[in-house]
Structures are given as structure tokens and as C-alpha cells.
Unconditional design. Structure first.
Lengths: 349, 296
């Protein structure tokens, strides 16, 4: 399955040339651990010395570990790392990914036990990191009952506003297309169900911060042990235009729309969705993760037809949508809360 | 029978000077001597594309412009009926495309104006019988002879719509102030933008009373959703229905509100600055009511 261009890893690579301090990355990161937020030197090189790298992919959370590190140091580093972010990790699943060397015998088992017992963090898989390997889409299949809260065949949801449906089956195809997408004419609005995806890829590839696909692998190799960004938003797609009815954007990453999303338009994102305008269409965040991956949908004016996060769907209501709001999953439902500066921000935890 | 254009070995006899001799005003934005091609489309059916095409065409002709209205709704032609010319059709746009006849043999002069001509669609074929390229070539052949070529698009966004847009450099999107029509119009605006055509909006069938009562979307509501430049608003008018059935375009009826609206649109197309009609409530009672929080 080695394919030189494909797979999540390459696409959400660490190709950004700058060290991005943790503060500017994920506001959740900061909020869940205020001490981190206030100490600018406490970025990911923190203590883990690059031993632990966390990635959020369409496949779920991945903890990438340096297999050469001695067992006691590795254990301590990893546990400290998770401890400092435990409210984020609690109840989640991760895949352990080893680089540089295989872990010693028994290390994986010991780590899994500790993580599970101390942080309720479930290690669902462990593998060697292979450059360019296709991400095995385990998270996308609603199976295995690892996380007991996912019901796979329950289509008889209550008639209430929140319903459970499988995420769109587009995701496996997406990870094939992503890295090898043609850099075609960015204005690919055509007829039919228009997908802006190729255009979206073109936009990011031409950005000066992010080298083109050909360079990524080598950059990634060099950066492996040094950068660690919990939510790697380096590949966020930014669209500077209003989406009209019939237009659809799909991306594994987060999407920012500088404009409106009219009724009949659709955004499907593996990451978060930010509509700097009016959201009247359909927005699907965390689209390739059953649980939604903690993803959110933000809009200056939230008047959606439907909101979807992960596998949960919620109808838009007729009221509201006058001030900035953010939608996220709480329990089994999508809740929409005001989003504002200052004291409101802490509610986003 | 009215005036047929017979076989004219020297091209179209328009009964007056052609563009090339410099008669009439220079066409806005077009090459000197070549007419502007404007497609009139909507997405949704029944919102008034054909009426708008015929009416704007007739209005422009009244202002002295040479206008060709072309029916691109192959298989379901209507423009000829609106103009009352259905009995005079011999050749149609498909014939021109296939080379069955010469371009000047297919166009029909209108009843009331020497400046207005019709290029009818075929009723027996369907839209797949000609391609975008075909239609573009057909329309190009007429550009030297007309200031404006208005192409009446079929409803939908498939081949017929694409054909209609083939030669166009401008577009008018017609919508009514109703949610389904607006959604379709929004879709069409997106498709037109992809063709590098920036459309302008005509809102049809506005009802003052309903807007006043808050039962109909206002001009601002529509603009809020579609957000393209507004070319004109046409008030709902029974005369339009009568005009369609009698084959007498509504702009010739001095008393028709819709006719006046179309005349204003035509004036704006010619570059005149005509202020937009005001559909807000100007009555005293309305104003008092608003202050008391009563009126819509």
C-alpha cells in the first residue's frame, strides 16, 4: 500500500516552515490547560523533546512516538504529555504510530494499560509510520464497538431534531484523491454537483507557506521529531467567495469561507468549519470521524438548513442567527452557543 | 400577411440603415458595430423569462434600437406566441444552425416595430439537437445587424441553458419574490459566474399590497439572498396575461405597470439612470403604523 503520494500523513504533513506556538493553534488546547496558554515556552517541544507528536487526521487521533527512546523516558514523557491535556484526551481513542524504530517488546501493552487506566484514553491500534502509506480507515467504519456510544445501525432515531446517520461515504475516495489532485483551474464552478475540491487544493498549494506536494515528504521527515501541533491546521482551506446554491466544498481539513454559504450550498470538512458570513446551507464538520472529532461549526450568522458534526445531524431552526454562534456536539446532540470575545470564550471547552 | 424577409442577396434588409452605417447610438461596451448578446434566464420555470425577453426587446425597439429576440427554448418555443408571430414562422434557429437556410431567411419582423425581429426556435426538435458551438455560430451571424440580441433561455440548467448562454456576454436573471424561484436563481448566478458572465437581476411579479402586509418578500429580502446588481423590478400586472394571450407585448399598453417597468429596464440597458421603483409603503397610515409597531 505504499503509494508515494497518497495518504493522510503526507497531506496533513508538517510542512509549515515556522514553529507555531501552541497558543495560536487550538484554542481548546489553551483552554483545557491554562498553564500552557500562559507560558509561551510551553509549546510542544515542551518536555517531550519531540518524542511525542500528536496529529489529528481524518482517521482520528494519532500519537506519533519515537521508537528509539528508552522505555522509562518514553513512558514518562508520554504520560506527562497526556496528563497535561487530559481533559482533551479523556474518553478518546488514539492510534500509536512509531517512527525511526520499533518499540521494545511490551512497551505498547504497558503504554496502552497506563493510558487507559489513568486517562480513559484507548489505544485502538499501533503501527509503524510509513511515509506515504494510506491511512487505514478504521475510524470511518462504524464497527467494533470500541467506543460503546456509537450505534451503527440505528436509523430509528427519535423524530427530534437530532438524528443519527452515517457520515457520507465519500471519505475513503477522498483520501485517494487528495494528494494527487490535479492543480486545475481554481474556478471550477461548473454544472452539476460542483465540487470545488480541486480548486481548493490549488489554492493551498500556491500559498507561500506550504510547499507543494512534491516537497512535503522530505520536509516532513526533517520535521518529524521537532514539530508537534495538536490540531494541525496548516492545511486549512480558505475560500474567499460566497457559495451559491448547488456548489459544494469537500476537504479533509478545516474550511474557512470568507463570504456567505447560500441555501443549497454544502460544505463537507474533516476539520472545523468557519463561515465568516451567513451560513444558510448545509455544513458538515468532522465529516470523516464518527464522533465528529470534537469539531465545530462557526458562523457569523447561523441560519443553516442543516448542521452535521460527525454522524449527528441537526435541523436548522427558524429563529436565531443574529449574532456569531458556534455549534458543537454535546452528548448526543448538536448545541449552538453564542460565540463572542472575552468571557464567552471559556465556554468553548 | 405582414412583412416577410424574402431572399435578399445582399443580406438582411432591415428597412433602414444597418449598424455599419452608423445609425443610432454606439452600443455600450460592445465592439463598434457588433451588438450585445444578452441571455435572459432564471433556472426556475414560469417566472417570466419569455415575457421579459419580448418586453425588453419591444421596449428597446421603441427607443430606436435594432433588436433581435432569439428563442433558445428548442422544443417548447413560446417567444413567437408572445409576439403574435406564430403564424409567420418558416425557418427557425435549428435550420440556421444546420445550414438549411440563410440567416436572414429565418428572422421575422415584428408586427408593430421595424426595429424588432424574432429568431424562432424549433418546435419539433429538442434541445440536444444543437450544441453550444452551433448556437454561438448562429448568433454571431446576426451581431452586425442588431444593437441588442436578447436570447430567451429555457428553464433549467442543462443543455438548453448552456446553449442559450453560448454567445452571451451579459445575462439577466429573472426571479419572482418567492423562495423556490430565488434558490434556483442563486444556483444560476453561480453557473453564470463560472462562465465569467456577471448577471443582473430583474424581480418580476412584485405585489405592493402583499409586501406591505409582510406576506411577500421585499426587494431587499431578495437582494439579501442573491446579491447581484438590480436591473429592474416589475410589478404584478394582469395586463401581462392578457398580452400573452393576444400576442401583443405589454409595453405597448401605456396603462400597464409592468410595461412601464420593462421600459425602465430597457432605458437602464441603454445607460440611462432611472431610479428604482419604490415598493415601500409611503402611505401615512403605514408610517404611523410602523411607529406604533403595527404595520408589517
Amino acid at each position: 500500500m505504499l503509494d508515494s503520494g497518497s495518504g493522510d500523513n503526507k497531506d496533513i504533513g508538517l510542512e509549515s516552515g515556522n514553529t507555531v506556538p501552541l497558543n495560536s493553534n487550538s484554542f481548546e488546547e489553551n483552554l483545557s490547560n491554562p498553564s500552557l496558554a500562559s507560558d509561551p515556552s510551553a509549546n510542544m517541544r515542551d518536555g517531550s523533546g519531540g518524542i511525542v507528536v500528536a496529529r489529528g487526521t481524518g482517521d482520528g487521533l494519532i500519537l506519533r512516538l519515537d521508537g528509539r527512546v528508552e522505555r522509562p523516558i518514553l513512558m514518562r514523557t508520554l504520560l506527562e504529555y497526556v496528563e497535561s491535556r487530559k481533559s482533551f484526551f479523556s474518553g478518546q481513542e488514539v492510534t500509536l504510530e512509531w517512527v525511526e524504530a520499533r518499540p521494545e517488546e511490551g512497551v505498547v501493552a504497558e503504554l496502552s494499560d497506563s493510558l487507559a487506566s489513568r486517562f480513559q484514553l484507548l489505544v485502538k491500534a499501533s503501527r509503524m509510520f510509513e511515509r506515504g502509506s494510506k491511512a487505514v480507515s478504521t475510524a470511518k467504519k462504524p464497527t467494533s464497538g470500541i467506543s460503546g456510544s456509537i450505534e451503527t445501525d440505528d436509523f430509528t432515531g427519535s423524530p427530534a431534531a437530532s438524528n443519527r446517520l452515517r457520515p457520507t461515504p465519500v471519505s475513503p475516495k477522498l483520501s485517494e484523491r487528495v494528494p494527487n489532485a490535479q492543480i486545475s483551474n481554481p474556478s471550477v464552478f461548473g454544472t452539476g454537483s460542483t465540487s470545488l475540491f480541486d480548486g481548493v487544493t490549488a489554492l493551498s498549494s500556491s500559498s507561500q507557506n506550504y510547499p507543494s506536494g512534491a516537497q512535503v515528504n522530505s520536509v516532513q521527515e526533517r520535521r518529524l521529531a521537532s514539530e508537534a501541533l495538536l490540531w494541525d491546521e496548516a492545511d486549512t482551506r480558505i475560500i474567499r467567495d460566497t457559495l451559491r446554491g448547488g456548489q459544494k466544498i469537500e476537504s479533509e481539513h478545516s474550511v474557512v469561507i470568507m463570504g456567505d454559504v447560500n441555501s443549497g450550498a454544502e460544505i463537507v470538512a474533516g476539520g472545523d468549519i468557519f463561515v465568516l458570513g451567513r451560513l444558510r446551507g448545509v455544513a458538515h464538520a468532522g465529516a470523516y470521524d464518527e464522533s465528529g472529532g470534537g469539531r465545530r461549526i462557526f458562523a457569523l450568522q447561523m441560519q443553516p438548513t442543516q448542521l452535521r458534526i460527525g454522524s449527528i445531524i441537526s435541523q436548522g431552526s427558524d429563529e436565531g442567527g443574529r449574532m456569531p454562534e458556534v455549534a458543537k456536539i454535546e452528548g448526543n446532540m448538536i448545541v449552538v452557543e453564542p460565540y463572542g470575545a472575552g468571557s464567552q470564550v471559556k465556554r468553548l471547552r | 400577411m405582414g412583412d416577410f424577409n424574402g431572399n435578399e442577396p445582399n443580406g438582411i434588409n432591415l428597412g433602414g440603415s444597418s449598424l455599419m452605417s452608423g445609425n443610432g447610438t454606439a452600443v455600450n461596451g460592445a465592439n463598434k458595430g457588433l451588438g450585445q448578446v444578452i441571455v435572459i434566464t432564471s433556472g426556475k420555470g414560469g417566472v417570466g423569462k419569455t415575457t421579459t425577453t419580448a418586453s425588453i426587446g419591444a421596449a428597446l425597439a421603441l427607443k430606436g434600437k435594432r433588436v433581435l429576440v432569439a428563442d433558445a427554448d428548442i422544443g417548447l418555443r413560446n417567444l413567437d406566441v408572445i409576439l403574435g408571430l406564430e403564424n409567420r414562422i418558416v425557418f427557425n434557429v435549428v435550420d440556421v444552425a444546420k445550414g438549411v437556410c440563410k440567416p436572414n431567411q429565418a428572422i421575422i419582423k415584428s408586427k408593430k416595430s421595424n426595429n424588432l425581429y424574432l429568431l424562432p426556435a424549433s418546435q419539433t426538435d429538442d434541445k440536444d439537437v444543437v450544441s453550444e458551438e452551433d448556437i454561438k455560430n448562429v448568433i454571431e451571424q446576426y451581431r452586425r445587424e442588431f444593437h441588442f440580441i436578447l436570447v430567451d433561455s429555457p428553464a433549467g440548467i442543462e443543455q438548453g441553458f448552456r446553449n442559450a448562454c453560448a454567445a452571451a456576454s451579459r445575462a439577466i436573471v429573472v426571479t419572482t419574490p418567492e423562495v423556490p424561484a430565488i434558490r434556483d436563481a442563486d444556483r444560476v448566478v453561480g453557473l453564470l459566474s463560472a462562465r465569467s458572465i456577471e448577471p443582473e437581476l430583474v424581480i418580476n411579479r412584485l405585489d405592493r399590497d402583499m409586501i406591505r402586509r409582510g406576506e411577500m418578500l421585499s426587494i431587499e429580502d431578495v437582494q439579501d439572498i442573491i446579491g447581484i446588481p438590480l436591473l429592474g423590478v416589475i410589478e404584478r400586472d394582469e395586463n401581462v396575461i392578457i398580452a400573452a394571450n393576444t400576442g401583443d407585448p405589454v409595453v405597448y399598453n401605456q396603462k400597464s405597470k409592468a410595461g412601464q417597468g420593462f421600459m425602465n429596464v430597457a432605458s437602464r440597458l441603454c445607460g440611462e439612470q432611472i431610479p428604482l421603483e419604490d415598493f415601500s409603503d409611503r402611505s401615512i397610515f403605514g408610517r404611523i403604523g410602523r411607529r406604533l409597531g403595527l404595520a408589517a
